[in-house]
Write a protein that binds this ligand. Sequence first.
Ligand code: NAD
Length: 437
Amino acid sequence: MRISVIGCGYLGAVHAASMAKLGHDVVGIDLDAKKVAALSAGTAPFFEPGLDELLNEVQSTGRLTFATDMAAAAGRSVHFVCVGTPQKKGENAADVSYVDAAVASLLPFLNPGDVVVGKSTVPVGTAARLANLIAEQQPDANLVWNPEFLREGHAVQDTLSPDRFVYGVPGGDEEHAAVGVLDEVYATPLSTGTRRLVADYATAELVKASANSFLATKISFINAMAEVCEAAGADVTVLAEAIGLDERIGRKFLNAGIGFGGGCLPKDIRAFMARAGELGADQALTFLREVDAINMRRRTRMVELTRELCDDRLMGRHITVLGAAFKPNSDDVRDSPALSIAAQLQLQGAVVTVTDPQSLANAARRFPELNYEPDLDTALRGADAVLLLTEWDQYRSLDPHETRALVREARLLDGRNVLEPQKWRAAGWTYRGMGRA
Ligand code: NAD
């Protein structure tokens, strides 16, 4: 099939390459000429495991090209909209202006029978509004809302073989023409048994908002338990293990630490609350305000713990922060808890050095006032305290003895509870985890 993918960021670039891998002829369109140039040269403009290899593989087939001009969408029959929906400045609501602009610039190129597929995460009601807009211009084109659930760090795998597909179409009609078209696009993963659910627009949009809200709630739940464990002298890691064995609860997303961040969960739960408010259902989501507050408290807690560990003085202390990305295997620093903690420590007088295997350039653009050091040993040298804030494998596997030889004071804060306290304490470290006595 001939496909266009509009917006080639973390979602769209992977989607474009994956659709070409599935055998389609794809053009990826983005306003950002630098991104398009990198992608055209077969290089991912951001770090995502497997993406460079996938780009090279599919580009050699001639089935994947990139462009900055929307005219490249002309003559293609399926158009995926993958542009950003960031949080509005100074408000909780999502900024859907990029989605609106992308659809508006696509309209002149739509032909009868074309299918526009929305993948961006949008407030409920957006799809119905856009469907009307499309119908005015090209009544024989269709809109499907097909929310995306990929995880950065696993984006290629998640796109090629997702857990499920959700198609939002008018009235949730399984027989709708666009359902057959999207089934053809996704024929390969569907043939291996991936579930596909057809819903109305509003339900499809709400599936995404509620999935993210559930995940955020699970993380904040265990972080709330961590707060109580800290107060009671208990250990949240054992607690999580024990409750996680109950299959109704499950062990995943029960790792207490410095909380969630990134370009999705924080802004998505806020946008969901804002939209529910507009719909008169704000009471239903007041708990998400608490989920957000618990999450943000973890960052402040980490700063307090660092101060405690440094004998109540941050001024002039050399602090090494391991990790800047919001999670390992990504270079995405949007709303990264690690960077937010590093910046707070710096503001309180500490001399902070941040290291990360992939995200230092992005981090330096957001927080130019911090020191960045790509070499791990150099970053550790002379530290008065070490904070593990993003759990990259290389930090999980640090040797306590070798690390001790580099630092000035053997103080360690494990913001992700991934190190073995006994091992580090036995090597002479003062170890503090999150929610553990
Ligand atoms: P991103 O900021 O990395 O990418 C968005 C891209 O869209 C940018 O490259 C931008 O230049 C481009 N763009 C903006 N307006 C455009 C236009 N009019 N025409 C062409 N290109 C345009 O964002 P992202 O992380 O890829 O997220 C995109 C959407 O997908 C968001 O709604 C997000 O919530 C959702 N989502 C993201 C993920 C994820 O893990 N990143 C997962 C699921 C859903």
